[in-house]
Write a protein that binds this ligand. Structure first.
Ligand SMILES: [Fe+2]
Length: 399
């Protein structure tokens, strides 16, 4: 009996330590930034900057003009992450900068200060962590110039957590000459947790460009999978709060759509937790109204970014064809850029279906495009830099 009790106590001790050790290690780890800052929802006068820390903190961004002065020359204005009048205590930090000058470069530094406890009216703060500006250039961003008459953009998709492949594809982009990057879905195979999402693609993206150059995200079907999927918009916020939106940049109005899942909502794979049919119906209602706005109607080019194409025969693709394509036809879309199928397809306009070309980018290539008011040039480039497709669309082309 005694031996049995000792053995049970040993098992209890082992299990308890297994559960407690990670917490002890976290408690002892120095306060630090765990995922570096990246830009979201950048436009003419505002931008979101997000990053994470290993412990709960309040956070702020310090902003400096791009005037050649050292960041330490003087105290820089602070912009805190706030909500309902409080500085936000969290491990995910989101500072929204508003009222910026259009077409202007700003330098920035992010700060977080650990909140050790908050009891009654007393808050105990811990250490401060920040990005470096001492022997390192500060991070920076440039707001959108509404007077721009040209635009360049790049798109990758279906990376599924392959960081090495993504590095090669991003290596084909000259970021100094590229205005924006689209992630057109399935960047990870599932959303299980913060570390898994950043480890799958976002740490690499941040390291390569996303701290200093804007990225916009069209959600793919794989970003909807896993218990962390419902947090997607917290990490990749848009200005409107929706995951579908218009983006006018120079001569192009981008229509970013969220095609949802690929199988019927009732499929056993979704365990009864999704409602994408209704979501796509609501999105179509928004789309019809949005494409009547001047930012769309007056744009020389209308380019749709939608992870799933309107063909292939699966339920999600059928929904794209039935709910979105008739509206896009009516509103004169020039092109749809998709992914999802993991192979390169340049599908010509179909008089019975999509009356605009649909270009599907493979998971091993990058789309690079430039446009002025008359011509939209698109190149599809593989991971070794070889051009595998070259398309030019004229804005006056009959559709
Ligand atoms: Fe997909």
């Amino acid at each position: 009996m005694k031996e049995r009790l000792v053995s049970m106590f040993r098992i209890f001790l082992t299990l308890s330590l297994g559960a407690i050790m990670p917490l002890l290690m976290l408690a002892q780890a120095p306060f630090q930034i765990t995922h570096q800052p990246y830009l979201q929802a950048l436009d003419e006068t505002s931008v979101s900057i997000l990053w994470t820390t290993n412990k709960t903190a309040i956070s702020w961004v310090e902003l400096a003009p791009d005037d050649g002065s050292h960041f330490y020359q003087k105290e820089r204005p602070k912009y805190f992450a706030v909500r309902h009048g409080f500085k936000v205590k969290d491990t995910l930090h989101h500072v929204r900068l508003e009222g910026l000058q259009p077409g202007t470069t700003y330098r920035y530094r992010v700060f977080s200060q650990e909140v050790k406890s908050h009891e009654w009216v007393t808050v105990e703060y811990g250490r401060v962590a920040a990005t470096q500006v001492y022997r390192k250039e500060p991070l920076s961003f440039t707001t959108v110039d509404p007077a721009a008459t040209t635009i360049s953009f790049a798109m990758i998709n279906d990376i599924h957590g392959n960081n090495e492949l993504m590095k090669k594809l991003l290596g084909q982009i000259e970021f100094a000459e590229n205005d924006l990057v689209f992630f057109n879905g399935d960047m990870a195979s599932h959303f299980l947790g913060e570390g898994q999402v950043f480890g799958s693609f976002m740490d690499t993206a941040t390291h390569v460009f996303a701290s200093t150059h804007p990225m916009y995200y069209a959600r793919g079907n794989h970003e909807t999978r896993g218990p962390f999927a419902e947090r997607f918009a917290d990490y990749f916020p848009t200005k409107s709060g929706q995951l579908y939106y218009l983006l006018r940049r120079g001569p192009i109005c981008f229509v970013v759509l969220d095609a949802g899942e690929d199988k019927p909502d009732a499929d056993m794979e979704y365990s009864g937790i999704v409602a994408f049919d209704e979501y796509r119906t609501q999105q179509a209602e928004w789309l019809e109204a949005a494409m009547k706005r001047p930012e769309y109607t007056e744009a020389p080019f209308k380019v749709v970014i939608c992870h799933m194409p309107p063909f292939g025969g699966w339920h999600g693709e059928v929904e794209v064809a039935e709910k979105f394509v008739p509206l896009l036809n009516e509103a004169g879309a020039h092109l749809m850029l998709s992914g999802h199928l993991h192979r390169h397809i340049n599908r010509q306009p179909d008089p019975e279906g999509h009356r605009f070309p649909v270009l599907i980018n493979a998971n091993t290539s990058v789309v690079k495009a430039t446009a002025d008011s008359k011509h939209l040039h698109i190149e599809v480039i593989d991971q070794d830099g070889k051009v595998i497709e070259n398309i030019t669309i004229n804005s006056s082309a009959k559709r």
